[in-house]
Structures are given as C-alpha cells and as structure tokens.
Design a protein around this ligand. Structure first.
Ligand SMILES: Nc1ncnc2c1ncn2[C@@H]1O[C@H](COP(=O)(O)OP(=O)(O)OP(=O)(O)O)[C@@H](O)[C@H]1O
Length: 219
C-alpha cells in the first residue's frame, strides 16, 4: 500500500507540489506530466529524500531508481548486492537477462545496460518500486521487455514516471500532474484526451483497441 495525503513541497521558496493526494494500486501506476511539473519532486518526497507537508503511508519496503544516477567503478554484482541483505537477486537477474553483465565494471556498461541493472536491483529490493523514467535509455525492444516484466510482478506496487504515453497500455492506474497539482488519478480507460491535450498543450486523440487505451498526437 502506498497512500499520499495532501503532499505539498516547497523548494527554493517556491511551492513545487500543492496538496497531492492519491493511493497507488498494486501493479503499474504511471505518473505523467510535462517537464517541470513536479514528478521527480513527488518521488523524492515519497522516498524521504526531501521534506514535505502531508502524510505518506507505505506498507513494505521501498526501492528507488533515479532518472539520473552516479556510476561507481564497481563490479555489477556488487552494485546489485549493495544494500538489502535478504533480497532475492538471483531470480530477478535471470528474469531481466543480465547474467552476462555480473562480472563487468558497472561504470563500463552502456546507459541502457546500467538502467537494466538498476531496475533489476529495485525489483529485488522493494515491494513498492519507485522508478523515475525507468524506460529512458532503453531501446524500443527493452522498453516493452521491462514493461512486460513489471506486469508479471503485479503483486508489487510500481510507481513510475514516464514521458512515453505507450506505457499507459500496461498501466493499472494513471496519475497526471501539472504545475505541481494533481489533474487526474484513476483508470487509464477513463483518462480523457481533452485532459491530456490541456495539460501538454498539444492535441491528443484517444483510441481504444482490444480493451487497451492509446493516445495519438494529432496536432
Ligand atoms: N531546489 C529547487 N529549488 C527551486 N526549484 C526547484 C528545485 N528543485 C526543483 N525545482 C523546480 O521544481 C519544478 C519541478 O521539478 P521536477 O524535477 O519535480 O519536475 P519533473 O516533472 O520531474 O520534470 P522533468 O519531466 O523535466 O524531469 C521545476 O520547475 C524545477 O525547476
């Protein structure tokens, strides 16, 4: 369980998040919003990296993948194992198909390979897996590969930000933030193209195929 009640954050004297409330569901929760809308700030509040007003309630362990990260010169296996002792890394290493990187130095991996390692680590360590743009740096095949893996582990709660509306087809819940305010919190099929058009300032058309929802940019 991951519930936020009236979360407000002030940074540099400015109100960055204004009274955000929602509950994440088990499975995939996708946070959308334009650049600078407050997505990363919200994730940082949830993991306790920054001060906030309001209440955050979490059951179970939290793990986190930041959008940008330090790349230490360390064996990949040591990066994976740094942290939680009881995490079952082996099954996730197999699942994410990253065995071939384990003996390599983490800093020598490509950006997409490093992202796959951090996603593996977060999956192993958390019941509530918070990921800031986990798909950035991944090629088109790996994007779908990772989203399908998240779908498979739907007993966990994933809260992820994304600039890719394609992720919505995998999502159990959509959360839209604009200018630090919550604009939408609900199922993907109920999210309207008008709302997204207003938030992003470009025209979207919603399409539903085989029970899945897609948003195309039309102007
Ligand atoms: N320490 C700070 N002082 C002042 N303003 C800040 C500070 N940290 C972040 N901000 C501002 O808060 C706003 C929200 O930033 P945040 O990184 O949460 O946005 P985001 O939705 O994750 O954006 P993006 O999609 O570009 O990653 C931005 O306008 C940013 O400039």
């Amino acid at each position: 369980m991951l519930t936020l009640r009236n979360i407000s954050v002030r940074l540099g004297g400015k109100l960055i998040l204004s009274s955000i409330s929602f509950s994440a569901v088990k499975g995939i929760n996708v946070i959308l919003g334009p650049n600078g809308s407050g997505k990363t700030t919200l994730l940082r509040a949830i993991i306790g990296m920054i001060k906030y007003d309001g209440e955050i309630r979490v059951d179970g362990e939290i793990s986190y993948v930041p959008a940008e990260f330090f790349s230490p010169s360390m064996k990949v296996l040591d990066v994976l194992k740094a942290g939680r002792k009881r995490a079952n890394y082996e099954s996730y290493i197999k699942e994410l198909n990253v065995e071939k990187f384990l003996e390599r130095d983490f800093s020598t991996l490509s950006s997409g390979e490093r992202k796959l390692i951090l996603v593996t680590k977060a999956l192993a360590e958390g019941d509530n897996v918070i990921m800031d743009e986990p798909l950035s740096n991944l090629d088109v095949k790996n994007k779908f590969f990772v989203m399908n893996i998240l779908k498979k582990f739907n007993h966990k709660t994933f809260l992820i930000t994304s600039h890719e509306l394609e992720t919505l087809r995998y999502a159990d819940k959509a959360i839209v933030i604009n200018k630090g305010k919550l604009e939408y919190d609900g199922g993907v099929s109920d999210l309207s193209d008008d709302l997204l058009s207003n938030v992003y300032g470009i025209k979207f058309k919603k399409i539903q195929v085989d029970g899945k929802t897609f948003f195309n940019v039309t102007g």
